[in-house]
Design a protein around this ligand. Structure first.
Ligand SMILES: Cc1cc2nc3c(=O)[nH]c(=O)nc-3n(C[C@H](O)[C@H](O)[C@H](O)COP(=O)(O)OP(=O)(O)OC[C@H]3O[C@@H](n4cnc5c(N)ncnc54)[C@H](O)[C@@H]3O)c2cc1C
Length: 452
């Protein structure tokens, strides 16, 4: 019997592990473990936690529809494995790998436990569109790409030659087995979480990542290049929250995209950024540690709360933060503008904004979020130059000239003229020009402080 543990792969088709289980022709016990650390401080009530639980509810529905068994458990994975292996004839543990520092430690412990129990252990790669090892071998490189454009060129060529199509075996071809009732009791979900799952079930039922993507392909792919930064129009795919929980795979997206007459190069380029950051999370030893590589002690948190609450007096910043707080969504350009504003104009270390987005973004993903914050604060590979400080007023004038986004999220400005609506309040918490000049000086020193 194979124990399969769901992770950021909350779907029932195109899973490398399902293919392996089907080939082995063995029974499989499928569990999804909700870990106390990941649900701490009622995180499941924040947008990021709600998105995850909603996808869990959907996965349960998918299993039920196909007459298959999925068991939701609460506890430490290695303790659960120990108990399960004592009761079920498990010979192998199968997971899809995750690369955050927390996940690596957890999975090392899980692997050690499996080996101590004489079980086989398989962690298969799933999240990237390009298999990283195969890609690096093909490129003849051992060092990660530090600059996006050359990475992108090679990545495109690799896909054209070596794209690995979606895996064929679906859930329907597997023989899932029931969990011993005693174990279900021992690791049952806390009542509050079980309640949330029930409450989210109706919305989960309506959710369909394939439809989200199909709608985008038909309605918005052709004009993506022009529209992607017109954030008031919301014309991007909005696939990220499904992609990051694994409810749809990057392979499926690419495979579907290649059926289009015009493949949508600009959109694909964005998907490449996702692989660029996922690759860095695995190959750049500093990726999760830049806050210690540079001396950020000249920065402070004085204005962090005003930023987080959307009370800075800079209209587009406040509108974006209010949208994020209310809905869990913020368009990409506004993420760049708000992140740069916090780290540069307000002089706040990037980890505070990163942590805030971790809770608030529905599509939160550790590697993508860190990548975005490193880019905005000029740290890490291929980041914005230290002297680049986007001006939120001119960004707003350029990308939303009529100010319709501000009108939606700052109702107190709904009647302002197109000209005035972008301008800072008289008592805005910073002067854009002065804070920009100061940020450039400070970040120049930060760049020089790098510990090798
Ligand atoms: C400070 C900051 C924080 C961010 N945090 C996250 C996060 O937690 N999770 C997340 O998925 N994305 C994050 N991003 C990247 C980007 O904003 C989102 O991926 C994008 O807005 C998702 O919308 P979409 O699915 O409509 O994207 P589309 O424009 O339709 O693009 C398609 C896909 O390409 C990828 N993509 C697009 N833009 C980027 C980018 N700049 N970097 C990496 N991948 C990209 C995403 O997987 C996206 O779903 C962050 C960006 C910044 C600047």
């Amino acid at each position: 019997m194979i124990l399969f543990i769901h992770r950021k792969d909350l779907r029932t088709s195109d899973l490398p592990a399902f293919d392996a289980i089907a080939s082995a022709q063995e029974d499989s016990l499928h569990v999804l473990i909700l870990e106390p650390f990941l649900l701490r401080n009622k995180r499941y009530l924040e947008h990021s936690g709600q998105n995850f639980l909603q996808h869990v509810a959907r996965l349960q529905q998918e299993y039920a529809k196909q007459g298959k068994l999925l068991h939701l458990l609460y506890g430490e994975p290695e303790a659960i494995l120990q108990r399960l292996a004592g009761v079920h004839p498990i010979q192998e543990v199968s997971i899809h790998a995750d690369y955050t520092p927390y996940a690596l430690t957890r999975d090392r412990l899980l692997q050690d436990t499996a080996y101590a129990l004489n079980l086989r252990f398989h962690a298969r790669h799933d999240s990237m569109l390009c298999d990283l090892e195969a890609f690096m071998d093909w490129c003849g490189r051992s060092e990660p790409f530090k600059v996006f454009t050359p990475f992108y060129r090679r990545w495109r060529a690799f896909l054209a030659q070596r794209f690995r199509p979606p895996y064929a075996a679906g859930l329907s071809s597997l023989r899932t087995v029931a969990l011993h009732p005693q174990l279900a009791d021992a690791f049952q979900l806390p009542e509050a979480i079980a309640r949330e799952l029930t409450a989210l079930a109706p919305a989960a039922e309506q959710m369909n990542p394939d439809h989200v993507f199909e709608n985008f392909l038909h309605a918005d792919l052709n004009d993506y290049k022009v529209n992607r930064d017109h954030y008031a129009q919301e014309r991007t795919s909005r696939i990220s929250r499904h992609l990051n929980t694994g409810a749809i795979s990057a392979r499926t997206l690419y495979s579907r995209l290649t059926e289009e007459e015009d493949i949508g190069e600009d959109w694909l380029r964005q998907l490449a950024w996702r692989d660029f950051y996922l690759g860095q999370a695995r190959l750049d030893r500093d990726f999760f540690n830049y806050e210690n590589v540079y001396d950020l002690s000249a920065l402070g948190t004085q204005h962090f709360e005003a930023w987080a609450q959307g009370r800075t007096g800079i209209p587009v910043i406040d509108a974006a933060m209010r949208q994020l707080n209310a809905t869990g969504w913020m368009p990409n350009r506004l993420r760049m503008i708000t992140a740069m504003f916090l780290t540069k104009n307000l002089g706040c270390p990037f980890i505070y904004g990163e942590r805030y987005f971790r809770l608030k973004l529905s599509d939160y993903d550790n590697a993508q979020n860190r990548g975005g914050w490193l880019w905005s604060s000029s740290l890490g590979f291929d980041a914005s130059p230290y002297f680049r400080v986007m001006n939120p007023v001119t960004q707003s004038q350029t990308h939303d000239p009529s100010g319709s986004y501000i009108r939606t999220w700052l109702p107190e400005r709904a009647d302002w003229s197109d000209k005035d609506i972008h301008l800072p309040d008289e008592d805005a918490i910073v002067d854009l020009k002065r804070s920009r000049a100061y940020a450039i000086e400070v970040y120049k020193e930060i760049m020089q402080s790098r510990q090798s």
